[in-house]
Design a protein around this ligand. Structure first.
Ligand SMILES: Cc1ncc(COP(=O)(O)O)c(C=O)c1O
Length: 399
């Protein structure tokens, strides 16, 4: 069910860590706080669960409450669009809180643009939502196998969106091509993609800083320093953001950082197994219930942060995530309930497996997980596809 590898990759100059500096994250959080939809999402304290698993504390940030969108992703899309507009009109993003961004005056200054993106669902919904809020356009492409429910959520934000017949990484290339075509026709096309590649690094860095709002809230809510942080990864932007922020916050004594991927798309794990520090790619359909983690090409900005600061990379099969979803949905009496989707519950599922399964004793030891451990996790989505969530949690089907 779980494969794991301790990080023995060579360290680098760590040039990307500053992307997630405490100051940059504070700036992103201030921006998000200007939204009428903003509120700090809950941190569920699973103290009974911690006791059951043999840990000191287990706390999980519940992003199903984020902006009414059921996932954390909008934090990145909204902040990167604001940073882009700020740069285009030559002001600092601190001068563009929500009410200014929405104003007619700003529209006159900036004009209109179309934001292009590829998505498994959550990022595209966030971009479409932000564009719609600001009276701009969005075009969103989804990979083969995406569910109609997730597409409908994006269409409901006035975006042009469809399910294509290629995988996520190909959709990214299609979105970039469409933006280029828009520009060659004299339009204003902008790629807002939640992953970085050679030559496309600025917008993804802003997206990561946007995710920082979640990290900053979590740091306040957790109550002291977590000893361990478990975070899920698709392309690794989220993981790079969380690992980067907490490495900056606790420079002298960082928590043990663990990255959890879907086995079908475990590109970071694959890179860590290779061990030479170069990123690796996973190709094909990447068939997994963890739709948000079904990405096979790492974000290169994040990859550098992860190489320098992650302790262990885990590749998890679908039943690990399904078990996490069920355990969070039906907590021990006294603990809070968390509605956690397939990608949201994967790290908790992995933690529960590590603590309870006999085969994982060695890993438990290597990570020093015991009664003194205080673990922070992120449930990054709620039931973003309610039918699938019910199938897994209520009907005990795997998908
Ligand atoms: C709910 C959820 N969790 C985690 C992730 C992983 O984020 P990243 O692709 O930055 O690794 C995603 C990505 O879409 C997601 O939708």
């Amino acid at each position: 069910m779980l494969k794991w590898v301790m990080n023995r990759m060579p360290k680098t100059g760590d040039k990307n860590l500053s992307v997630m500096s405490v100051g940059e994250v504070a700036k992103a959080r201030k921006f998000h706080e200007s939204f009428p939809q903003y509120s700090v999402t809950p941190m569920a304290d699973l103290s009974k669960m911690a006791e059951y698993l043999g840990l000191g504390a287990v706390k999980i940030k519940d992003e199903s409450w984020r902006f009414g969108l059921n996932a954390f992703k909008v934090l990145g899309g909204s902040y990167s669009i604001a940073r882009y507009i700020a740069e285009e009109i030559g002001v600092d993003v601190s001068e563009l809180p929500y009410n200014v961004l929405k104003s007619e005056e700003l529209k006159k200054k900036f004009g209109s643009a179309t934001f292009f993106s590829a998505t498994d669902g959550n990022h595209g919904r966030g971009v479409a939502w932000a564009a719609n809020q600001l009276g701009q356009k969005a075009v969103i492409i989804m990979p083969r196998g995406s569910t109609q429910t997730r597409l409908n959520n994006i269409l409901a934000e006035n975006a042009k969106a469809w399910i294509s017949d290629v995988n996520y990484d190909e959709c990214v290339r299609q979105a970039a091509k469409l933006a280029e075509e828009e520009n060659s026709k004299g339009g204003h096309g902008v790629v807002v993609q939640d992953t970085a590649w050679e030559g496309y690094e600025k917008i993804p860095a802003w997206i990561m800083q946007g995710y920082g709002t979640m990290a900053s809230e979590a740091a306040e809510q957790f109550g002291g320093r977590p000893t361990h942080i478990f975070v899920q990864a698709g392309v690794g932007s989220l993981a790079g953001a969380m690992v980067g922020f907490f490495s900056n916050l606790y420079k002298d004594n960082p928590p043990v950082m663990v990255v959890v991927e879907a086995a079908a798309a475990a590109c970071l794990y694959k890179g860590a197994v290779a061990g030479d520090g170069k990123p690796r790619i996973v190709e094909g359909d990447m068939d997994t219930i963890m739709a948000g983690l079904a990405c096979g090409e790492p974000n290169i900005t994040s990859w550098d942060i992860l190489k320098n600061h992650v302790t262990c990379f885990i590749s998890a099969e679908d039943p690990v995530a399904a078990r996490g979803m069920r355990m969070l949905a039906a907590p021990l009496k006294g603990d809070a309930q968390v509605t956690s989707g397939e990608s949201g519950a994967a790290p908790f599922g992995a933690l529960a497996s590590i603590m309870k399964c006999d085969d994982c004793q060695e890993l438990r030891k290597a990570l020093k997980l015991d009664r003194d451990s205080r673990v922070l996790l992120f449930s990054t989505e709620g039931d973003t596809d309610p039918e699938r969530w019910q199938n897994i949690v209520w009907e005990a089907k795997e998908r």
